[in-house]
Design a protein. Structure first.
Lengths: 230, 230
């Protein structure tokens, strides 16, 4: 007897991957390298960008950067970054997306018509502050970064391993505060490498500028690196 | 012509409220006041509890406290609290709940058989670290507290208003670090009151103990207060 093949219905995450691939095609067409930037609320993503992005278009190699800002509501971070004279687009999950705690491929796709992809080499997507769900949704990115503050506790990689595992670069921020904290940054780094031994780890202070040059260099090298693996 | 009445199908949040009511009945039967404790990752919920819960059963009035620890995975916080010699139960959202970024009424209900409700006056449910989704799911609690660290930025109430609006008490933690930060704690408090003018706000340092007596007194008064409004 002939049997028809059972077709498995696509689940929500598969739908996300389908849309992420469509985003990816758009990014490739404009030759844009895309970074998904994640962290807990208040770890310092925006301050890191304020410090790191200034003047990158005048460096060697020049890198034209744009930012897509994800928030539940408001445009506080986008307003802060707008002084850098780079393209900044605000995407709120409250508007038609139920106030979601993360960005997904569809939300990013809805914002793309407002993002001037042809005017940039690197697009940084600043995700909603959250250590759980953003790690589960690809948006079509080339690289994922998370920012982890030394005020958050050394145990975070063990409590939120999916997030730390999903990222190729972990930026440990606010190291200027270390002298005032009972915080073992070596233990944090060991915990990061325990859950993701491929992770590159940087220690920075977005406030004082310590370590920012290494992060800028990482961003500058990103288009060539992404091109090599594409 | 006779029309049948259109019945609206219960959505997921309504199902949550139904189960929250069932939890509430169990709490009432055991005369337990329940606190839903929320924050971003690393704001210091567990350190606050370490500081505040010790010896509460020997105070006047005596308050026997238990803790239900919510985490995606692991039992790091429960292990820390177990030295207080109070009932501590771990609830992981990874086990059968898809690694959810929040607790809901059903998850809490699944843990209740392990919680000795008759041996406590107050049950503190430490939610998963997240400023978005925990605020959307009632678990049958009497009161909601959030902990907000001064390392997180003054704009958090404006970016995550639902969370701040959902809580009757906002504990501003890590005030010992204020002298090392460019942080305007008065502006944070004004932003909290802007989104929730009913909120009670306390400034504490779980590390040094500053302000902890006020938080302990708030917890001690809670059963009488909850009883008065029940």
């Amino acid at each position: 007897m002939h049997r028809t093949k059972v077709r498995v219905v696509e689940d929500a995450l598969d739908a996300n991957n389908t849309i992420a691939s469509a985003n990816r095609s758009d990014f490739d067409r404009s030759n844009v390298t895309v970074v998904n930037l994640m962290s807990a609320p208040g770890a310092g993503k925006t301050t890191l960008l304020e410090r790191a992005l200034e003047g990158l278009a005048d460096e060697d190699p020049p890198v034209r950067v744009g930012v897509l800002e994800g928030d539940v509501q408001g445009s506080f971070d986008a307003d802060r970054l707008s002084v850098l004279h780079i393209p900044v687009v605000q995407l709120n999950t409250d508007n038609g997306f139920g106030g979601e705690c993360h960005l997904d491929a569809n939300m990013v796709r809805s914002a793309l018509p407002a993002v001037p992809l042809d005017d940039m080499d690197v697009l940084i997507v600043e995700n909603v502050g959250n250590l759980v769900c953003p790690a589960e949704f690809r948006i079509g990115e080339d690289a994922r970064i998370m920012v982890c503050s030394v005020t958050e506790g050394e145990d975070k990689p063990l409590k939120y391993p999916l997030m730390f595992r999903a990222c190729e670069l972990v930026v440990i921020n606010k190291v200027d505060l270390l002298e005032h904290l009972d915080f073992d940054v070596d233990r944090l780094e060991a915990n990061i490498l325990q859950v993701n031994h491929h992770a590159k780890v940087m220690r920075v202070s977005a406030k004082t500028g310590e370590g920012i040059d290494a992060f800028r260099a990482w961003l500058q090298a990103l288009p060539a690196r992404a091109g090599a693996t594409a």
